[in-house]
Write a protein that binds this ligand. Structure first.
Ligand SMILES: Cc1cc2nc3c(=O)[nH]c(=O)nc-3n(C[C@H](O)[C@H](O)[C@H](O)COP(=O)(O)OP(=O)(O)OC[C@H]3O[C@@H](n4cnc5c(N)ncnc54)[C@H](O)[C@@H]3O)c2cc1C
Length: 379
């Protein structure tokens, strides 16, 4: 309960979780005049949002995510005007490489499928075009898929930029403030923390891998589980690759920064410790990914690794996020479970959350992301 010395602190909206999705949602709501308080257990950007690979990728998205992802990408391209910082966004293009004829056929089927649904952002490219774009790739490649307007940005800077932009519009951030319990009393939501109770008419849960526990408290459990996703960064090497790369037949996400270092990942699963709020690297699995890179760029064989790390990310059973009003309680909105691809979606989903909260209806259909789509679960 709230201590007598600490009066109930009240705003229009409480946001639980200060990752990119919480910060972006707070920005979009505060910009429209709502008073917003963000409660963050650790510090803003401490988890996935601050430590990810920075891929701004519409390429390879599941069909239901594509409209959101394309809308979000337009915000990335105008970030400096929108929040006063471009977050280091580089429109490098993203490429998915095929290494066999069968993989190229798979790429062709994907592009045909998208075209049948009216999407033309992914382009099939042949081997010659691929080698024109990236001349240093190993010659065994057969072609791939290319998205010119995709790119990458700097994760911690992006999350911080949204936080600062939200604060400029009056949003208040409390770090080191874990929410243990949420409850709706009358017209108010209460969030209980070790530093007192916060209150608001509306509640937004953007608590990443920890969101499942809060949904459970409201009586709508979802199949969401944590994974520790890993990345490694190399020593500096002379520029050899401009675009952001993935592979068709094996996990890979790969980019070279202007300073020469190369970041290597691709949904590589390490260890996630949810209670300790911590991810750990599994070096044996990292080796696999390093081998993929050397197959594609043999000249990197002797390049050293500077460091490796793991971030805790939320995965759902159907690999889609939950972006949804509660089906059990009023004035409660969820946005979590981004399954290793939520950085790119942050700017756009923050806007959609602001529409759900302030207008009651989003400007894009969100039915595929409803919290009750999994059916009843055992509590
Ligand atoms: C290694 C790695 C690489 C990735 N690469 C990419 C990529 O290239 N492109 C891409 O699009 N995506 C990528 N992702 C995924 C992306 O980072 C995430 O999907 C996204 O950042 C999720 O943002 P979020 O705000 O939902 O969650 P988070 O960043 O986890 O933020 C949630 C916040 O809520 C806080 N919180 C939790 N519970 C509570 C509570 N009870 N009270 C208060 N605060 C609480 C947490 O402390 C945390 O700060 C990657 C992820 C990882 C880990």
């Amino acid at each position: 309960m709230n201590k007598p010395s600490q009066p109930l602190r009240e705003t229009d909206v409480l946001v639980v979780g200060g990752g990119l999705h919480g910060s972006s949602s707070a920005f979009h709501m505060a910009q429209r005049g709502a008073s917003v308080t963000v409660l963050e257990a650790d510090y803003v950007g401490r988890h996935s949002s601050g430590v990810n690979a920075g891929g701004v990728r519409t390429l390879g998205r599941p069909l239901p995510e594509i409209p959101l992802s394309l809308m979000s990408r337009e915000i990335w391209h105008t970030l400096a005007e929108t929040i006063g910082d471009d977050a280091g966004f580089v429109p490098s293009g993203q490429m998915k490489i095929a290494e066999t004829q069968a993989e190229l056929d798979e790429c062709r089927e994907r592009v045909d499928l998208l075209e049948a649904h009216g999407f033309s952002h992914e382009k099939l490219i042949d081997r010659e075009t691929l080698l024109d774009i990236e001349p240093n790739i190993a010659p065994h490649v057969t072609g791939g898929v290319w998205v010119e307007r995709d790119g990458y940005a700097l994760p911690f800077r992006a999350t911080t930029a949204f936080r600062l932009a939200a604060q400029k519009h009056g949003a208040i951030f409390h770090e080191g403030t874990p929410v243990g319990r949420i409850e709706q009393r009358g017209e108010r939501w209460l969030a209980h923390t070790p530093s007192g109770t916060f209150a608001a008419e509306k509640l937004v849960v953007t608590a990443g891998a920890w969101a499942g526990e809060l949904a459970r408290q409201v009586g709508e459990p979802v199949p969401v589980h944590p994974e520790g996703l890993m990345l490694m960064v190399t020593h500096r090497v002379a520029p050899f690759c401009r675009s952001t790369l993935g592979a068709t037949g094996r996990p890979l996400s790969f980019k070279q920064f202007d300073n020469g270092t190369v970041v290597i990942g691709g949904k590589l699963i390490g260890i996630a410790d949810l209670p300790a709020r911590h991810g750990e690297v599994d070096f044996a699995r990292l080796v696999k990914s390093a081998n993929t890179v050397v197959d594609l760029f043999p000249h990197l064989r002797n390049l050293g690794i500077n460091r490796a790390w793991a971030g805790v990310e939320a995965f759902t059973d159907d690999s889609l996020p939950v972006i949804s009003p509660s089906r059990r309680a009023s004035n409660l909105t969820y946005s979590f479970g981004y399954c290793g691809s939520g950085f790119q979606l942050g700017p756009g989903c923050g806007r959609l959350v602001s529409e759900l909260v302030l207008d009651g209806r989003p400007s894009l259909p969100l039915d595929a992301f409803a919290i009750d789509r999994f059916g009843p679960m055992v509590h």
